[in-house]
Design a protein around this ligand. Structure first.
Ligand SMILES: [Zn+2]
Length: 179
């Protein structure tokens, strides 16, 4: 025990020392330059970046203040073992929310279908939305937040996209998930 405590203390001391040693103005300028060079979304698979960015752009147009980098939402593309599951969002009290997209789906899906699935997962992970299975009179889904186990038919096309995005960012639906 005592040894562990000593090690912890010495690490803290080292951190304190290194922080102090960087505090002259030249070093600070260098640090700022490095920060401004950071692009994209840390801890998010690069293939997901264009869709994270589109989500931010669409959200801003709907009046939301969105910065997914600041939110720290992470994202990976990996095999999801469960059949027919294209994506998932895991909530974690200790860590930022995490989006996972199925690798098999991703390797063959169209750009629009990829957007659909990433927006759906960010609907959970950022907008904290629950599933919504409501059906339009023509049988299509009211929302891209449908679970896929309900009775509505997906209809996310160039013509319907804007309506679905309006619905996705509806403030009345925000945070309707039941943890
Ligand atoms: Zn879902």
């Amino acid at each position: 025990m005592k040894t562990n405590q000593l090690i912890k203390l010495s690490i803290l001391f080292f951190l304190a020392l290194s922080t102090n040693s960087c505090s002259d103005s030249a070093d600070l300028a260098n640090q700022e330059e490095e920060i401004s060079e950071v692009v994209g979304y840390p801890n998010v698979d690069e293939e997901l970046w264009p869709y994270f960015e589109k989500f931010e752009i669409e959200g801003k147009q709907e009046g939301w203040d969105i910065d997914l980098v600041k939110e720290g939402i992470t994202g990976t593309i990996a095999e999801i073992e469960e059949n027919n599951v294209l994506g998932q969002c895991s909530f974690n009290r200790a860590n930022p929310n995490h989006v996972m997209i199925d690798k098999t789906f991703w390797s063959t899906a169209s750009d629009r279908f990829k957007e659909f699935v990433v927006f759906h997962e960010l609907g959970h992970c950022f907008l904290l939305r629950d599933h919504l299975e409501d059906v339009n009179v023509n049988g299509t889904c009211v929302s891209i937040m449908r679970s896929g186990t309900g009775f509505c038919r997906d209809n996310y096309t160039a013509f319907t996209r804007e309506n679905y995005i309006d619905e996705l960012f509806d403030r009345d639906r925000f945070n309707d998930i039941n943890f």
